[in-house]
Write a protein of this length. Structure first.
Length: 150
């Protein structure tokens, strides 16, 4: 998408009547960038991400994840992907990683956003993270095994 069209789209969707809460695309981009700085420095999560996001690919990854959040929050139709399939297909990503991921994400939200917005975005992230965690557990379970209760 040309930059001028992208800017128009961001301006238009910032006022979308169905947006979840009051935040701008630029603020989403900033939060994502700050969050991934913490991910890269995290003792357990950093090495997992490093397997799939090489050093030079972080800007591209951050842009993709920012589009995911703009789609989820601002209702921009700018993200195309299947994050559940990506997470399930990477054996190094374990269910317990989502609690760590969410902890870091909440730290960034609380440090960088007004409390109400941090709480709203955090609640959305919790629902999405729990869905990923549950999906990983369920989809990786042996077919003949009894169901694992969460």
């Amino acid at each position: 998408m040309p930059p001028e069209t992208q800017t128009q789209t961001q301006t238009q969707t910032s006022d979308h009547p169905m947006k979840r809460f009051d935040i701008t695309a630029d603020e989403i981009d900033r939060i994502v960038t700050l969050f991934y700085l913490r991910i890269r420095a995290h003792a357990e999560l950093g090495p997992v991400f490093a397997l799939y996001v090489p050093d030079g690919a972080w800007p591209e990854h951050e842009a993709k994840i920012a589009r995911f959040w703009r789609n989820a929050i601002l209702r921009e139709k700018c993200y195309n992907g299947n994050p559940m399939r990506v997470h399930v297909s990477r054996a190094e990503i374990q269910a317990h990683h989502f609690a760590l991921w969410l902890g870091l994400f909440h730290e960034v939200l609380r440090a960088e956003l007004p409390e109400a917005i941090a709480l709203q975005w955090g609640a959305l992230a919790d629902r999405i993270g729990e869905g990923f965690r549950t999906g990983i557990v369920a989809m990786r379970q042996p077919k003949d095994a009894p169901p694992r209760l969460f």
